[in-house]
Design a protein around this ligand. Structure first.
Ligand SMILES: *Cc1c(COP(=O)(O)O)cnc(C)c1O
Length: 432
């Protein structure tokens, strides 16, 4: 099969390279680990995307997660259109902030108060400051293979050894910041115990993704998640769930609801803004009262609670509250993944499709993967071929084998049927 035409995308990318480092405004968009120029997208509707060359794709990236209803959903668009004519930003409170907060807090019992910000990064950065301010401690434990946005304390990777001070994973992050972040492997009780033994009174919080979904889909055992809750409590540390992907995705109460645990602080992003830049962090009223202007932990934002963004969030979250919304979406995902797994098994391919809720991930391996270090970088060669074959057949996955796929309510059974056929054909070419 011939490769799709990327003439217009190539022309736009050439221009973009004059303006932006690497031609993009966020690195993974540059298609560095797959074939060809990045596709420049012209529009999206439902579960479809069209690029600048007029190619049409079934979209399994969904803007990296926010679009759980698909593109251009009439309710979301309608809410935005209603407020657009009244001005874009006031830097003063609006009723829309109350409306979105009420919608969330009435239906999510894991938090009592929240603060809106403008991105997931900002939500996590603020949550960490809050944990430090509340506990009076400085150190944070994070897990190898979890992504929490690009704030300085989170751009830290594991050093050598079981419990180590992190090493910065980006130039420009001071070593002294990395010294406050301890990085340990997922799914490893011993490492966590060791970290608490070494620093019993210094750890402000342990932060984990609700379900680690930024470096493959590393689904943890429920028992391990409960253990995190117990050990943090016994050492007086906070447990932060970074639910920027899983919030409103695994259910309206996210991974906290899914696992039946109560983290101390939860961060949200992606879905919460209906495709507009919104993030949030929430906790009990007792913890949130430490945030300015009530408390001593400073945090602010010129565009926080932006009315247009709030309207998009209201539109999207109100759709998610329809009875049966998640059951239907998750059942659809399960059927899709089961059929693919069956095909893989029949053909004897070395691929695992992990999934939870409406998230899925192709791992080119025959092992169950729960930790970052278990992913073989060489397996990404298969993904690279797979990605090209899928694009040629009208299927758009995020341009990296470490990224998960997203299914939206707009993916109909017929569309998923077509997608499956394209996936089978592509697997038959890649022959993993
Ligand atoms: C996407 C993501 C972030 C960062 O959110 P941005 O809006 O990109 O800043 C943080 N944490 C998790 C778990 C994410 O998936």
């Amino acid at each position: 099969m011939n490769d799709i035409s990327r003439k217009q995308s190539a022309r736009l990318f050439e221009k973009a390279q004059k303006y932006f480092p690497g031609g993009v405004n966020s690195p993974v968009r540059a298609f560095k680990s797959v074939y060809g120029t990045p596709l420049f997208i012209e529009r999206g509707d439902g579960c479809f995307l069209w690029d600048a060359d007029g190619n049409k794709f079934i979209d399994f990236c969904c803007s990296w997660g926010p679009l759980i209803l698909g593109h251009n959903h009439p309710t979301v668009r309608g809410q935005v259109e209603d407020v657009l004519g009244k001005g874009m930003s006031f830097g003063a409170p609006t009723a829309l902030e109350n409306e979105l907060a009420e919608l969330i807090l009435k239906n999510n019992k894991k938090i009592e108060k929240l603060r809106f910000v403008s991105s997931g990064t900002e939500a996590v950065m603020s949550a960490i400051r809050l944990a430090r301010g509340y506990t009076g401690r400085d150190k944070i434990v994070k897990f190898d293979g979890c992504y929490h946005g690009h704030s300085d304390s989170m751009l830290v990777k594991a050093g050598s050894g079981l419990v180590t001070f992190g090493e910065t994973s980006s130039a420009g992050v001071p070593k002294s910041f990395a010294d406050e972040t301890i990085v340990i492997p997922l799914h490893d009780k011993v490492a966590l115990e060791e970290a608490f033994k070494q620093f019993p009174d210094e750890i402000a919080a342990v932060i984990i993704e609700g379900v680690p979904a930024n470096n493959g889909l590393l689904i943890q055992d429920k028992e391990y998640i409960q253990y995190l809750r117990e050990i943090t409590q016994s050492y007086g540390s906070l447990l932060i769930f970074d639910e920027v992907i899983t919030g409103f995705r695994l259910g309206f109460e996210g991974a906290a609801g899914y696992y039946g645990v109560s983290p101390d602080i939860i961060t949200y992003g992606k879905i919460i803004g209906g495709g507009m830049p919104v993030g949030a962090y929430g906790a009990s009223a007792a913890i949130m009262k430490n945030i300015s202007p009530d408390g001593a932990v400073y945090q602010a934002g010129t565009l926080s609670g932006n009315p247009v963004a709030m309207a998009a969030g209201i539109g999207q979250l109100s759709e998610l509250l329809r009875p049966g919304f998640y059951d239907e979406l998750n059942a659809k995902t399960q059927a899709f993944v089961s059929a693919i797994e069956q095909y893989i098994q029949d053909k004897g391919y070395r691929v695992k499709v992990s999934f939870i809720g409406s998230l899925f991930w192709f791992a080119f391996t025959d092992k169950d993967i729960k930790k970052a270090e278990e992913i073989d970088p060489a397996s990404m060669d298969f993904f690279k071929e797979f990605h090209r074959e899928l694009l040629n057949r009208g299927i758009y996955l995020g341009p990296s084998g470490y990224e998960v796929g997203f299914i939206s309510a707009a993916h109909t059974p017929e569309v998923l049927e077509n997608a499956k056929r394209a996936i089978f054909e592509s697997l038959d070419i890649v022959k993993p």
